[in-house]
Every structure is written in structure tokens, then in C-alpha cells.
Design a protein around this ligand. Structure first.
Ligand SMILES: [Ca+2]
Ligand SMILES: [Ca+2]
Length: 315
């Protein structure tokens, strides 16, 4: 016998079905739950249907009912909001001296949740890294996962592109997130063309000439005299060449340390030792032997000097 009333309960909402004599079906329209069923037990919403006849007999079925009826009462709801992937380190255009830099990623989805098995991380055109690849650690956090990947092989000097994507449990893919980084493990090149090391001069002001370059762009150059006196800005031209006048402080030995620093902080230093000697040779002794000498005979002259370097050293 046809029931008198038929109701359906879906996600706590009760709906009354109406009978259609032509189709002989009890029917109602209802609004699907606003959130994915993925996180419900069994990944579905339970639908309960209850029929009451005129005599007051009640029959209720739901998703736990055995057989085809129970299976038909399992409502799967899919959401369509993309998850998000965020690379939290390294920063965009980061210049790194570590060639196996930790890459940290946040994966978030506020409904069906992150399907960590769909995680993909690519560096350049290398094979994709997955959540179970060597060097990957994943941590389940509220709303998703935090992922850390440490490259298992050193990245070469130069530019690299990191790409990350993931899908949620309802199959929605995030927008691919991309990060550009540069690796620089090589100190800058530095050359001092003039003066040579251990240069001896009587000029207090010396012109230094040299050049510096680096794969990460023009390095900065500093010059320190005698380990304490900064010589100020050293300007490099477009070819990386520089000229700098340095006024020596010490009679005798001076040290000029020229350092090139690249954008990654790597340095190369060249020391030039310059000996300043402003003293002309000092005659110490002169002897003519023999003296007096016979006309037309051989005579010898001997001269000795003060030690110029020693004198300079001793001031
Ligand atoms: Ca989603
Ligand atoms: Ca470098």
C-alpha cells in the first residue's frame, strides 16, 4: 500500500516528498550540502528516507541499510574551490650561496582538503618531486600540509625555477606557483694589474688599476690600507675595471688589501705590499786607495752607503 507521507533527511534538513500519480514516484528537490562530503565518514552524506502509511506504520532506510537501497542513499558532494600552494622559502629572486637550499611550501584547502599524493615540485626540467620522494618531509597541519624539500643533488650556479602544484581531495588543482632563484657559490674574480706586489716607490700616491667580475653581476670593491684605513668608494666601469689612487701612510712597508664582494656575499681579496722609500741613498764612506797616488798609477775608489731600506724601516 502506498505510504501516506514520505520524508527525506539530508544533512539535518528534512524534506517532504510529494506523490506524482503519472510517474508513481515520490519526489522532492533539495539543496545539496554546501561543503564537500569528502570529510564525512565514508566520504558521503547520509540520506535517510522515512515512509509512514495511513495505519501509522513507519519504515526508515538510510545509507547503512544493507544492499542497493543503502548504497543509493549515500550522497557524494564535490566542492570546486581550488586549493592554494605557497612557496614560503626561498623568496622570489633570492640569491643563495647554499646550493641545496631548503624549499618550504604551504598547501591549503578549507573544504575537501589537500590530497598530498598529488603534490608535485619541479626544479627546472628535472623529474618531478612527490610527497614520498627522498628529501621531502610533509607535516599535516590545520587546513592542509606544510612540506619541506631539500634538494638531494646540488643545484648549479645560476638561475633556477621552482614550480609547485597540488590538488584537493575533490580533484581541484591549485594554480601552479612558480619561484625564481639564483645560486651563487663562486667568489668573484679579482685582478690587480698595477702595481705589482712588493712594488718599491718613492711616490706616496700610488694608482691602483684592476678589474672585478662575477656571475651574479658587478661586485663591489673596497680597498683597505694597512688593515685599517678604508679608501672609500671604488667605482667599476661597465667592463668591471677600476682605477683608485691610494696615498701610502708608512715610510717602508704598506699593505693594500683589495676585496671584491659579490651579491651573494662571497669575497675575494688580493694583498699588495708596497714599499715607500722617499730617502735618496746616503753616502756613508768614500775611500780612494792609495791616496795620494803616483801619477799614472792605478787607483781604487770604494764607497759604502747607509742601508736605505733599513733606514726607512727605522724611520
Ligand atoms: Ca577545495
Ligand atoms: Ca659569485
Amino acid at each position: 500500500m502506498e505510504p501516506k507521507t514520505v520524508k527525506a533527511i539530508i544533512d539535518g534538513q528534512e524534506y517532504t516528498l510529494t506523490y506524482n500519480g503519472e510517474t508513481k514516484k515520490w519526489t522532492a528537490l533539495f539543496t545539496a550540502p554546501s561543503r564537500s562530503s569528502y570529510n564525512e565518514e565514508g566520504h558521503y552524506y547520509d540520506v535517510t528516507a522515512r515512509a509512514t502509511d495511513e495505519a501509522g506504520n513507519v519504515k526508515e532506510v538510510n545509507s547503512s541499510t544493507e544492499g542497493a537501497i543503502g548504497e543509493a542513499l549515500r550522497l557524494e558532494v564535490n566542492e570546486h574551490v581550488k586549493p592554494t600552494a605557497t612557496i614560503t622559502a626561498p623568496g622570489e629572486n633570492a640569491l643563495l650561496t647554499d646550493n641545496t637550499p631548503e624549499i618550504t611550501v604551504q598547501l591549503r584547502d578549507d573544504d575537501s582538503g589537500i590530497n598530498i599524493d598529488t603534490f608535485l615540485l619541479e626544479i627546472d626540467s628535472n623529474p618531478a618531486i612527490r610527497s614520498d620522494s627522498p628529501g621531502v618531509s610533509t607535516e599535516s597541519v590545520s587546513g592542509g600540509y606544510d612540506v619541506v624539500y631539500t634538494p638531494q643533488e646540488a643545484l648549479g650556479d645560476g638561475a633556477h625555477t621552482i614550480k609547485v602544484n597540488v590538488s584537493d581531495n575533490d580533484g581541484n588543482a591549485a594554480d601552479t606557483v612558480t619561484r625564481s632563484i639564483k645560486i651563487d657559490t663562486t667568489p668573484p674574480s679579482l685582478d690587480i694589474t698595477s702595481p705589482p706586489d712588493n712594488f718599491v716607490t718613492n711616490q706616496k700616491t700610488i694608482t691602483f688599476e684592476g678589474s672585478a667580475s662575477d656571475a651574479s653581476g658587478t661586485p663591489t670593491v673596497t680597498m683597505i690600507l694597512n688593515e685599517k684605513t678604508d679608501q672609500g668608494e671604488v667605482t667599476l666601469n661597465e667592463e668591471g675595471k677600476f682605477t683608485k689612487q691610494v696615498t701610502l701612510e708608512n715610510e717602508g712597508v704598506n699593505y693594500v688589501d683589495t676585496t671584491a664582494t659579490d651579491k651573494a656575499g662571497k669575497t675575494t681579496t688580493i694583498r699588495r705590499t708596497i714599499i715607500l722609500n722617499t730617502h735618496a741613498p746616503e753616502f756613508k764612506t768614500v775611500t780612494l786607495t792609495p791616496n795620494p797616488v803616483d801619477a799614472g798609477a792605478t787607483c781604487q775608489i770604494d764607497i759604502t752607503f747607509e742601508d736605505a731600506n733599513e733606514e726607512a724601516m727605522n724611520g
